[in-house]
Unconditional design. Sequence first.
Length: 368
Amino acid sequence: MKSTVVYDYQTFLDQEYGGISRYFYELATRITKTDDFSAKILAPAYINQYLRNVEPDLLIGMPVPPIYRTVRLRTAINREISKLILNRLCPDLVHETYYSSERLAPKRSKILVTVHDMIHEKFSNSFLPNDPTSRLKAKAVARADCIICVSENTRRDLLEQFDIDHHKVFVTHLGCSLKPDLKKLSKSEKLIRPYILYIGHRSLYKNFSGLLKAYALSKNLRRDFDLVCFGGFPFSKSELKQLAVYQMTPNQVRRISGDDKVLCSLYANATAFVYPSLYEGFGIPPLEAMSFNCPIVCSDRSSIPEIVGNAAEFFDPYEPESIANALEEVVYSLGKAQTLSQIGAERVKQFTWEKCVEETRSIYALLS
């Protein structure tokens, strides 16, 4: 008889798209196909787009519009309905999809939680003073019977920050979901000059300002390459001011938004992908870059070396000169770039959702 595992509503209520909801979508859809587990996603009222693709018997819930100022109401509805359904289902395992203040699972159910990073604890200045994430995380890991971390680095940081029995903390690396799609950019998005690619939001620990300074320091890079940023919010006033100070134009450092097809094209056509973060719990973009044979130039901190191995040119993210030198080392050496691409194409094969699911299934088996 199969053991039952339920994934709660939290991330599917908060994210239309995103890394955490993608992780649980991949887990749930694959775990339920194994011989020893059946899965349910319990998301009574969700906004997540991935859930629109799941089989009906995997999901308990319905989509709702992400209307502004209804988050508290939607959370309360999900919480109360989930309590009733969980008490009726009485699953063997409940895998909480984020950090909540209270236990929803029945007493007989074992609880798991996944910790994706310790950014709120190590870079608290990147968040609002009243951000509750760290406090809720502490409660979630304290009540969990088992904790999964997405990297060895995150596990070390978790054990350093919180008083937790290390025997109940495990590591499963993530997979890569973006599939190669080499469709061309539209005319409005067409890039004339060679470019260096940056992906994601640009908050403090992401070190985008350090990257800009490094780019500004190199006359060669500024002359021969644009800096293209995909995703995140439009440039802030402080970022625009920094661009003006460095005398860089919006055409030289540009932000592009779009869907996965645009992102795929950007990876496929970039001269290099740069990842200047001061901290990452895991880091999906380097895996995506590797899958598109895009050479990686990246920070040597936190989990990043653990993920990329020797498939990257590393730099000290606190030293703009180091960033600039590493970029120049790759973009001006076709041999170096090709070598990194070849190593990356092999490295990325180690990070699959199938492997993640198998390792997670083994952890579930310890509790069921």
